[in-house]
Write a protein of this length. Structure first.
Length: 157
């Protein structure tokens, strides 16, 4: 459950974002609560798998890593299970993008540990070092696509 402060922050953050043509959330109640507090109706909630995998990525590891996006790039190469999770999420993201008009926005609300590896999977040749630290609450990224190909990633803090 979001706290009153979390609702206030989500509401404030949502005021700076454009209208979304499609809103997709992860399976946690707080994902849906965040989207609603931001001012968006949720179009779909998906029970996707966690990005935390025992022996690969433990809960909140990404916040302890000095270069989390580079670390995820390495892990995506070496871990079939993490690669599978990231591809599952990415397929949902692409489906959401496919539901908006050209130039429109799809909004995905998820959690840390699930967002970072998908960003790397979406842009395997991206500037992972330049993306900085792991994402915190109400942080994310803007991805631009040409069909199913991610052509740019801008980290939003």
């Amino acid at each position: 459950m979001l706290s009153a402060e979390g609702v206030r922050r989500a509401r404030h953050h949502g005021e700076s974002l454009p209208e979304a043509g499609y809103v997709l959330t992860g399976p946690d109640r707080r994902h849906v609560e965040t989207a609603i507090a931001m001012g968006y109706a949720v179009d779909e909630m998906v029970p996707w798998p966690s990005g935390y995998l025992t022996g690969v990525v433990e809960h909140h590891d990404q916040w302890r890593w000095e270069r989390p996006f580079e670390r995820y790039a390495d892990l995506l190469e070496s871990s079939r299970s993490l690669r599978g999770v990231a591809q599952t999420h990415l397929a949902h993201w692409l489906r959401a993008v496919g539901r908006v008009d050209r130039g429109g926005m799809a909004l995905v609300v998820s959690s840390g540990g699930s967002i970072e590896p998908v960003l790397v999977a979406a842009a395997p040749d991206g500037d992972h070092a330049g993306w900085g630290p792991a994402l915190q609450h109400l942080q994310g990224a803007t991805l631009n696509f040409d069909g199913d190909t991610c052509v740019s990633v801008t980290i939003r803090r």
